[in-house]
Design a protein around this ligand. Structure first.
Ligand SMILES: Cc1ncc(COP(=O)(O)O)c(C=O)c1O
Length: 396
């Protein structure tokens, strides 16, 4: 349903229409929709559908961000805010959050732009992309579109990145896509093992760049977790990608960024200006400034909310003999012992959407994103019905 600019200004943050706008900004369902063109987002699904097909924050962006978007229009939409300073201001806020310098940061239209520019810059016909199978599809899809080779690396027995295999595949590669936590498996490789791995790649394949995707970092609770930003700003061969689409609930606004060494960031910024997308959106930048400027408690609370829902849902499956991977994100990957396609169709018929197929595990595993606790309580009743597992293994 298109909104005119005036209607948009009038409705942001107000009652039911405000909730609608919040759902456009939160864009729940976006990520699955990008890859499964026929799956509708929450806004397009029948009312009451529980959308667990996509990894966006189910609560959307929150009042602080919505207020910032409204304020960016100026008074009544008549006096729009100043455009030119927004990117610099957002970069300033990011530098303060991470203790880095402006030359360490480049903004992107979603982290998708960061993933694409890195793939464009660092892969070539003779410089393959390396990524796990499965992982988030953006870099692989983009490399293949350009006709560049891709080396797929299988996961280890715990569905984590297999560092030995990835290290072997890295030799002579252009770019490693290091998605941690990995989408769709939700698993996380600890900070120390990751650092050791990066050092090994630097030693054994000095021409290889490593793109560390921290899209779900805010949800990690593993005691050995840490951002790799401090390494990236020192090392031209490491880049960290971040997004506002997940814990900050802003997927519809399209805002992400990379942090890295000034030389690497300069190349990425030049790519954007010279034939890239140049596609930053001023409303998204204002929203990003507001999102990062709010009290640090925002992320702590969002992580705690997700952890409670995650514990509840994973226990529900484990109690019924279905083992999820060790989720460190806002979604889980679970062995349901049957094709995801059949499960997905049966859940959809009962008002719950779960994610697309993730080969090579589509015959046994399904990815389920975490909604609110209220939604998950309803969803597990549907799962119990569809899987014939209403009771726990102990009770059966
Ligand atoms: C691991 C990962 N990276 C990047 C993205 C892209 O997100 P965006 O372009 O909305 O920032 C996604 C989206 O789901 C993702 O799962």
């Amino acid at each position: 349903m298109p909104l005119t600019r005036r209607e948009f200004v009038q409705t942001v943050g107000v009652g039911a229409a405000g909730a609608l706008t919040s759902s456009y900004i939160g864009a729940r369902g976006r990520e699955n929709g990008v890859w499964a063109a026929l799956e509708p987002s929450l806004a397009a699904a029948e009312p009451g559908t529980i959308v667990l097909a996509s990894n966006e924050n189910p609560l959307g962006p929150g009042k602080t961000v919505l207020d910032a978007v409204r304020a960016a229009f100026g008074d009544g939409g008549r006096a729009p805010g100043r455009y030119s300073g927004s990117a610099g201001e957002l970069i300033d806020v990011i530098t303060k959050k991470f203790g880095v310098k402006p030359e360490n940061v480049v903004l992107g239209c979603g982290s998708t732009q960061i993933l694409r520019s890195a793939t464009h810059l660092f892969t070539a016909k003779d410089k393959p992309l390396v990524g796990t199978i499965p992982t988030y599809e953006e870099c692989v899809g983009y490399a293949e579109m350009m006709g560049y080779p891709v080396r797929g690396v299988s996961l280890d027995a715990d569905f984590k990145i297999d560092l030995d295999k990835m290290g072997d595949a890295a030799k002579g590669a252009g770019l490693i896509f290091y998605c941690n936590p990995n989408n769709p498996t939700a698993t996380y490789v600890g900070a120390k093992a990751s650092r050791d791995f990066f050092a090994k790649v630097n030693r054994e394949s000095p021409g290889t760049t490593i793109l560390v995707d921290e899209a779900y970092f805010d949800y990690v609770t593993d005691p050995d977790h840490d951002t790799h930003v401090p390494l990236a700003i020192e090392n031209p061969r490491i880049i960290v990608a971040r997004t506002f689409s997940k814990a900050y609930g802003m997927a519809g606004l399209r805002m992400g960024y990379a942090i890295g060494h000034p030389e690497t960031i300069k190349k990425m910024a030049e790519w954007d200006a010279g034939g890239g997308t140049s596609s930053l959106n001023v409303l998204a930048m204002h929203a990003g400034i507001a999102a990062l400027s709010q009290a640090p408690g925002y992320i702590t609370a969002e992580r705690a909310r997700n952890t409670e829902v995650r514990d509840f849902t994973m226990k529900w499956f484990a109690d019924r003999g279905m083992k999820p991977t060790d989720s460190q994100a806002n979604f889980m990957f679970v062995d349901i012992g049957r094709p995801a396609k059949d499960f997905r169709a049966a859940c959809r018929a009962r008002g719950v959407m779960v994610a697309r197929d993730f080969p090579p595990f589509e015959k046994t595993h399904c990815r389920i994103s975490f909604g609110t606790m209220e939604e998950m309580k309803k969803a597990v009743a549907v799962f119990g019905d569809v899987l014939g597992k209403k009771t726990t293994a102990a009770a059966a």
